[in-house]
Ligand binder design. Structure first.
Ligand code: F0G
Length: 401
């Protein structure tokens, strides 16, 4: 029903083989034989979840599931009005079980680990991948090994990985180095690698595209999302392409990736008109989830952007924080800084006159606000301390906004 295929040379591999890259060095992807699929999933917005689309997922056994997917798609009228856009929708992936979109990938990836008789799963992470992997590994009874860039991961995410019982190691270097190391360690020790270089994980994440269509029953003009290791933009594009191949839709949205200014190798490549990135040695941003200089899925992402006539842009940390507050205060949607990059990116495109006011736009916000409480306190400050006295409270309210 499906094959593992190199996106560069087209070589096919047995999907039961544990392999992440082609011998030619190319990335692999799962290719379904869609011609032979009898599609019978009702696309009427009902019963949304990752496993609603199981006919399009490369798994044969009962999944390890904690209720992932089916996240809300909010029509954000106030935020849209601020930017002059009528149809702005925000898909809140922070409403997944561990608080980020990674759960869509991990339900599939961890189930695949079991199918392949693996007992230990591993990843490098800026935080969310590790939180999600640890959670699903716990549910499945697998051991989880996590490599984090020491001191650069938001507290909520570290707490999650720890509480679910992962072996968590802080590496005195950045994410890119941690990923290099975990790939080597997994190879040597037989761990099942669950970073987004694993094509099965991305299969779970493509369900974001399915859900968007399932709910809107139309294809948005643009899908805008934050980009770090560049797996998610590739996965969502693949989801739309598959629906197109199945004849469900007749066009795909423009895929728009947003990166932080000092961690923007993909946006820079797009600006240069290149299909290859120049890695950034010392990426830096308040949005620690996307503090990545050498995205492993860059080739897939750049193709998704080019083929969909999309783009990638970068935004400043200041814009990210502003967008985070706007979303929280106008729409009641709390997200972590990386997620707000999609909103900041939309604002930039709207200001540059690139977006027309009648377009249907979907911004993906990828992780929950509570992932990174320290950043919020840095931005918003701590509560005022007030004497337990009604007059003191009255005074404090009138002086403190
Ligand atoms: N948003 C959040 C909240 C993330 O955690 C990540 C990636 C991204 C966006 C970017 O997604 O890598 O598919 O382009 N976090 C990874 C991690 C790297 O380790 O949790 P991407």
């Amino acid at each position: 029903m499906y094959a593992l295929k190199c996106i560069e040379c087209g070589r096919e591999y047995n999907p039961e083989e544990v392999i992440y890259l082609c011998e030619c060095g190319g990335l692999l992807e799962v290719r379904f034989n869609l011609d032979q699929l009898e599609f019978s999933i009702p696309l009427d917005g009902s019963n949304l979840s990752v496993w609603k689309y199981k006919d399009l997922l490369p798994i044969a056994i009962d999944p390890v599931t904690i209720g992932e997917g089916g996240t809300p798609l909010y029509h954000c009228k106030k935020l849209g009005r601020m930017m002059g856009i009528k149809n702005l929708f925000v898909k809140h992936e922070g409403m997944n079980p561990s608080g980020s979109f990674k759960d869509r990938g991990m339900t599939v990836g961890v189930t695949k680990a079991i199918e392949l008789n693996r007992t230990t799963v591993a990843c490098a992470s800026t935080g969310n991948t590790s939180a999600s992997m640890a959670m699903y590994a716990a549910k499945a009874g697998l051991m989880a090994v996590v490599l984090l860039p020491y001191g650069k991961v938001a507290l909520g995410k570290v707490a999650q990985a720890m509480v679910h019982g992962a072996k968590v190691l802080g590496i005195k270097d950045n994410f890119d180095k941690a990923l290099m190391l975990v790939r080597e360690v997994s190879d040597k020790l037989g761990f099942y690698l669950l970073n987004s270089v694993n094509p099965f994980r991305l299969e779970g994440q493509k369900t974001i595209a399915y859900e968007i269509y399932d709910v809107l029953q139309s294809v948005p003009s643009r899908v805008i999302l934050p980009v770090g290791n560049a797996g998610n933009i590739s996965a969502i594009y693949k989801g739309f392409r598959e629906f197109e191949e199945l004849g469900i839709i007749s066009n795909v949205p423009h895929m728009i990736g947003v990166q932080a200014e000092k961690a923007s190798p993909i946006a820079n490549a797009v600006k240069r008109g290149d299909m290859e990135i120049i890695p950034e040695k010392n990426p830096e941003t308040i949005a620690t989830a996307i503090r990545i200089g050498d995205p492993v899925n860059a080739v897939k992402a750049l193709r998704a952007i080019r083929e969909s006539d999309g783009t990638a842009i970068s935004v400043s940390d200041q814009d990210i924080v502003k967008a985070q507050l706007d979303l929280a205060r106008l729409e009641g949607i709390g997200v972590e800084p990386a997620s707000a990059a999609s909103i900041a990116g939309l604002k930039k495109l709207a200001e540059d006159g690139i977006i027309e006011k009648d377009e249907v736009i979907v911004c993906i916000v990828t992780g929950h606000l509570l992932k990174d409480p320290e950043e919020v306190i840095d931005i918003c400050g701590k509560p005022h301390i007030v004497e337990p006295d009604i007059n003191a409270i009255r005074r404090a309210i009138s002086t403190d906004k």
